[in-house]
Design a protein around this ligand. Sequence first.
Ligand code: C5P
Length: 229
Amino acid sequence: MSDDRLIVALDVPNVVQGLALADRIGDAVSFYKIGLGMLTGGGLALANELKQDHGKRIFLDMKLFDISATVEAAVRGLAQFNLDFLTVHGDPHVVRAAKEGAAGSQTRILAVTVLTSLDREDLDDCLIRDGAIPDLVVERAGRAFDAGADGVIASPHEAAMIRALPEAAGRLIVTPGVRPAGAAPNDQKRVATPRQAISDGADHIVVGRPIWQHEDPRAAAEMVISELP
Ligand code: C5P
């Protein structure tokens, strides 16, 4: 039985492999994430095919960032496909422009707060203001919500703090960096289990390699779903 709290990251290079994987997983998964890595491999075509022909929900992870007019135009173009989630960076002008572009569609705009791959030294290199990363994440989440974001992407370790924000009421928290008990962390540094992430306030979890690299991706997805509270 599928559960749309689980979003499977289809981080394979092209449409052919993406469709083959979705076929193997079948009705065990109802929500897929397609990211920048598949852009040149037909990511948008795959998104449309999975949505229209297979009835799946789609999260397009583009992490857009540009001047307002360009973000609005890009989001307006993407929103015509009525995909479910689209990511932009959480800077307020970007979020406001994305919401303008998505107006009239069912596409929800999710804001990236601070990329989870960055540490404090990286932020110093980018001239990002002093402060502990969790504090910056929570503050940026609040600003993204104020700018109209339908939700945020966050590490499971920050989900509880964001969920506690008054501005987070009715908004979505989507967490990558989730590993079922016993799965390899790969390059994810601060992982949590599916149960922990949902218990801490996430609405959806994103899981990639533990499912698509598994010898039986359908069974791996079912295992993750069985771990949800
Ligand atoms: O394979 P794994 O489960 O680590 O995949 C996680 C997915 O979530 C990947 O597509 C990755 O790009 C994405 N992601 C992430 N951390 C973020 C934002 C997105 O891992 N902060």
